[in-house]
Design a protein around this ligand. Sequence first.
Ligand code: 5GP
Ligand code: MG
Ligand code: MG
Length: 183
Amino acid sequence: MDSSDVQDDLEHVLYTKDQIQQKIAELAAEIDRDYAGRDILLVGVLKGAVMVVADIARALHSHVAMDWMAVSSYGSGTQSSGVVRILKDLDTDLTGKHVLIVEDIIDSGLTLSWLKSNLASRGPASIEICTLLRKPDAAKVELPVKYVGFDIPNEFVIGYGLDFAEKYRNLDFIGTLAPHVYQ
Ligand code: 5GP
Ligand code: MG
Ligand code: MG
């Protein structure tokens, strides 16, 4: 879907399809440089990261394997609590692997902070994080993130994997919703 399909639901477009794809190419070039000669295990966090993983994986020249995790964060309403339950674990043994966790967005950072230490305890050779979006003003934990696409203001965004009530994940751009959609 593109912006013409959801015109009435949109407040504004934050990043166009072209801007996203350009950033994906830059991130992939950086990752290729850093991992030269090493195979990478991309760990995507379902469901939001599906688009980012699919596009990054295709933009990389490095050999990659892909695996997926689904987690749910306990918490009241929309606030993430940092207490995480694994809904779907990896199929892959991480021993000796170069793990790159790929995320759509880091908000409080609580979920990813938990996930990183969980995966780090499984004996990988290295573990880093790549996220397309990050909200620096929402950070609740200190979380080193090696690859960041865009730092964005603290507002709710949708598209390119990100949903509102499971809708809008298949937009090819990232934007904000008009208030009438969620009020
Ligand atoms: P954190 O633990 O960093 O607060 O939670 C991150 C998760 O919250 C993301 O993976 C995503 O599912 C959800 N999230 C945080 N901010 C947004 C946003 O602006 N839009 C959407 N659609 N989901 C968000
Ligand atoms: Mg996510
Ligand atoms: Mg969601």
